[in-house]
Write a protein that binds this ligand. Structure first.
Ligand code: PMP
Length: 460
């Protein structure tokens, strides 16, 4: 779905505002040798993003070395929740590094204890046991393992089915990809595990069935006995669209899992740490899962991830049998602790809710103006604008690409479109974005949509 960006230079209008500065052609001519060398050295798969060579990123802005400056709507990929390059995080990393403790494997460290204590204090019951890992995919693999171990222990070997959702994304490793709901990403898996099944995600757009009976019906159509379900895993909102499930559905799912002794797993790799206007995404549903998975925004910087869960589930494995080499790396722990302290002290989840209301109002108005927008989704400072063929639900990936490319050339940095057909323009600025910068960047998006749809109409 992703494409190679064209590296031949194009004239783009100069931009100079308080927040954005585009003073060269695009891609920036001086950056092209760097881009070309990367193209020669890296797999093609690494070419999917707009060709902007990052030099420095601070707060909600990204800079290159040639005088250009963007308002960031990517947060990397929803990483820099507390803002890019925060002094407090950089200092915590520097202090830990200069204390000369750069790794410990699973040997204990004080900084790991401090991070876990802080995390446990802000997570609800029963999510009080926490296992640190490095990537989101690893947390998904770990959750699959815990669900199946718990299922087999409580219900025998038949109780191993992992239920997940159509269009879900949980990572690129073997298990996480099978839990995902995007068939194209599984083509390489020649021996798909029949113990992974997907059901429609009740987003009220791609799937019009929003009732919980739809879940039970889908299981029975797939010949899955509820007693054989070990776990149900879902992104708290679907990353490819920013769509949430209805509250009544999630509450029913919570109850269903409890009554069938299946574990409910919320993949909060995108939704956690204030992104959606609450500290944890599942708060929107008034439920607490049995396992919650975190990554991306956890440190706003270095790689660290976590599985938080019920003690009886987290304690299923004997000492030394559920570990990872970089578990709780001290420098990553210091970064995560500093980031969480910033998110809490600066009330960034609240800021995300407040600015999110402004963002979603304007997106709703944009949606009403353009029949090429099928749907806008999201909460807080995450949004997905689904580009479609007018009046239909089929994604229009070409339009989404055009919009993103125009935004980047105008000084609003976005990652490539995501979701079904590559048709979703995803918005996810750092949670520290200033209101004036948010308003300015929404204006840029509106301009980009107007230009891209006009161009399309002229070609048609
Ligand atoms: N779960 C979700 C919801 C994600 O969005 C992602 C990454 N996009 C992952 C898991 C995988 O995380 P990672 O890339 O760190 O392995």
């Amino acid at each position: 779905m992703f494409k190679d960006y064209d590296l031949s230079p194009r004239r783009v209008p100069r931009v100079e505002t308080q927040f954005r500065r585009i003073v060269t052609d695009f891609p920036v001519p001086e950056s092209v040798p760097v881009l070309e060398k990367l193209r020669a050295l890296e797999p093609v798969a690494m070419r999917g993003q707009p060709p902007v060579v990052w030099d420095r990123a601070e707060g909600f802005q990204v800079y290159d070395r040639w005088g250009n400056q963007w308002i960031d709507w990517s947060s990397g990929v929803l990483i820099a929740n507390a803002g890019h390059g925060r002094r407090e995080i950089a200092e915590a990393i520097a202090a830990q590094a200069s204390a000369r403790l750069l790794t410990t494997y699973c040997f204990p460290s004080e900084v790991r204890e401090r991070l876990l204590e802080k995390l446990a204090a802000v997570l609800p019951e029963p999510l009080k046991k926490i296992f640190l890992l490095t990537t989101g995919s690893e947390t998904v693999e770990c959750a699959i393992k815990l669900c199946r171990s718990h299922g087999v222990k409580t219900g025998g070997r038949e109780k191993h089915v992992i239920v997940s959702y159509d269009n879900a994304f949980h990572g690129r490793t073997l298990g996480s990809q099978q839990a995902g709901g995007i068939p194209a990403l599984k083509e390489w898996i020649v021996n798909l595990d029949p113990g992974f099944v997907q059901v429609p995600f009740p987003d009220g757009f791609r799937s019009t069935e929003n009732s919980f009976e739809g879940f039970e019906r889908a299981l029975s159509e797939r010949k899955v006995e509820p007693r054989n379900v070990a776990g149900v895993i879902l992104e708290t909102y679907q990353g490819g669209s920013a769509a949430f499930a209805p509250v009544h559905y999630m509450q029913a799912l919570r109850q269903w899992c409890a009554s069938h002794k299946a574990l409910l797993v919320c993949d909060e790799v995108q939704a956690g740490f204030g992104r959606t206007g609450t500290l944890w995404g599942f708060e929107h549903y008034g439920i607490v899962p049995d396992l919650a998975l975190f990554g991306k925004g956890m440190s706003s910087s270095l790689p660290i991830a976590a599985v938080a869960g019920r003690a009886d589930v987290m304690d299923l494995y004997a000492p030394g049998t559920m570990t990872s080499t970089h578990t709780g790396n001290p420098v990553c722990c210091a970064a995560a602790l500093a980031s969480l302290e910033l998110i809490l002290r600066e009330k960034l989840a609240e800021n995300s809710a407040r600015l999110g209301a402004v963002l979603h109002d304007r997106l709703h108005a944009l949606d009403c103006r353009h029949p090429q927008i099928g749907r806008t989704d999201g909460k807080g400072l995450v949004a997905g604008v689904a580009c479609v063929l007018p009046g239909r639900k089929e994604p229009d990936g070409a339009l989404a690409w055009d919009v993103v490319e125009r935004c980047v050339q105008k000084g609003v940095l976005m990652f490539s479109p995501v979701g079904p057909g590559g048709g979703t323009v995803k918005i996810s600025p750092p949670l520290v974005i200033a209101e004036a910068a948010l308003l300015e960047s929404i204006g840029v998006l509106e301009e980009a949509f107007a230009e891209a749809t006009e161009k399309k109409a002229a070609v048609a």
